[in-house]
Design a protein. Structure first.
Length: 135
């Protein structure tokens, strides 16, 4: 169950602190690129053109904030979004700042997980069912 932040100052402060990690252009670029899946440092640099050492600093900040996960394969380190919550946040930011905002960008294979409802119900109900679940 999601907490109503207006009722819980501690949780609101925790949420605000987490959102601070998203409030940096280079980090948003990296996270947006990782929506496409796991990538190594060279791929991230090639797509974002952030360059060293800024890229290393931003990746370290994202790791520390637990917004990305890493996997080592030989000498390569691969980065991916830490969880579905990070993905949803980035998609929301992209939706808010895009030319054509659409709720369709936020709907996943299992929309009920986004709001804590039973997944079997959502799989059978489709988009219209998702719309009915929002209070």
């Amino acid at each position: 169950m999601m907490a109503e932040l207006f009722k819980h100052r501690t949780q609101a402060e925790m949420a605000a602190n987490k959102l601070k990690h998203f409030a940096q252009a280079q980090r948003l670029m990296i996270l947006s690129f990782l929506l496409g899946g796991e990538r190594n440092v060279s791929e991230i640099d090639g797509a974002t053109a952030i360059g060293q050492p800024a890229l290393s600093q931003q990746l370290a900040a994202l790791r520390k904030a637990e917004l990305v996960s890493t996997r080592r394969e030989g000498t390569q380190i691969y980065y991916s979004l830490a969880d579905e919550g990070v993905e949803i946040c980035i998609r929301c930011i992209q939706m808010m700042t895009g030319d054509n905002p659409s709720i369709d960008a936020l709907i996943t294979k299992n929309p009920a997980r986004l709001i804590g409802n039973d997944s079997s119900q959502a799989e059978n109900s489709g988009v219209a069912g998702f719309a009915r679940m929002i209070p």
